[in-house]
Ligand binder design. Structure first.
Ligand code: 6PG
Length: 260
């Protein structure tokens, strides 16, 4: 299925498009039952996502916040006070009374220990639907790097350090993007998401947008396409040059190669 494509000329238009998307998905998910699990990424996303999400939710009457849980798709293995903490960045942007909707990140010096405890938290706080023992999170918001990484899954390092008994989360000790120690959802878990959205801006990422659109699986970001096909791209005009002719391509239903 061809991804939904949203091209924005500026931050204002991007925010408008994101609000429409979040409102549409949240309204649908609120009509279902259970916890609504929303995974977000770091880097430049905290500002962009928080602005849209807080605006949309401020307009939903009698919103039952107990049903909304936000978690980090990937996290740097640092204390929450550290400036590199993704969760820390989001908590600075959300009002205190909403901090309880975030899944805690259990920092330990040993990143494998953090990964183990983080997966237990995801299980405990999100109680997600599962398929083949893999969580099916409701919404994921992903960024990409110019190298084609997404979350903390880097080209040529798609196979994460396996932490026994874990299926959803993996540990990274030598991330090419600082800081080196990270915890991240596995590709398999990302591919099982119900709704996946990429938020991508800048000319330096146009090649990766092209790779996602044309399923160029040398990029982890392209391998992150959801199995069920619900993929939405939010790209600015600079990043959109990667798909000069959005009408073409992307029909093929090839799925990402399984991790060797
Ligand atoms: C992280 C991120 C990472 C990020 C991309 C894009 O914790 O570093 O989750 O995957 O999304 O590197 O970052 P920018 O949006 O800042 O370019």
């Amino acid at each position: 299925m061809k991804p939904q494509l949203n091209v924005s000329a500026d931050d204002r238009e991007l925010n408008k498009q994101l609000c429409t998307y979040i409102h549409e998905k949240l309204t649908y998910l609120l009509e279902q039952s259970g916890i609504i699990s929303i995974g977000v990424s770091g880097g430049s996303m905290p500002k962009v996502f928080s602005k849209a999400f807080l605006h949309v939710t401020s307009e939903i009457r009698n919103l039952n916040w107990k049903r909304i849980r936000i978690f980090m798709v990937d996290e740097r293995n640092v204390e929450i006070e550290d400036e590199d903490s993704n969760l820390g960045a989001y908590l600075k942007l959300f009002p205190e009374e909403l901090h309880e909707i975030f899944v805690p990140f259990p920092y330990h010096k040993d990143v494998r220990h953090s990964a183990r405890e983080y997966e237990l938290n995801l299980r405990k706080y999100l109680l997600p639907e599962q398929l083949n023992n893999i969580a099916r999170f409701d919404m994921l918001f992903l960024g990409v790097g110019p190298d084609g990484h997404t979350a903390s899954i880097f080209p040529g390092r798609e196979r994460l350090e396996k932490v026994n008994e874990l299926n959803w989360v993996g540990a990274v000790s030598e991330s090419p993007k600082p800081p080196p120690s990270r915890v991240t959802l596995t590709l398999q878990c990302i591919q099982h998401a119900k709704n996946t959205a990429f938020i991508i801006s800048g000319r330096q990422k146009a090649e990766i947008v092209r790779g996602i659109w044309h399923r160029d699986f040398k990029y982890p970001a392209a391998q992150a396409r959801p199995y069920n096909g619900k993929l939405t791209l939010f790209v600015d005009e600079d990043a959109a040059v990667g798909i000069p002719n959005p009408e073409s391509g992307s029909e093929s239903d090839s799925t990402p190669p399984p991790l060797g």
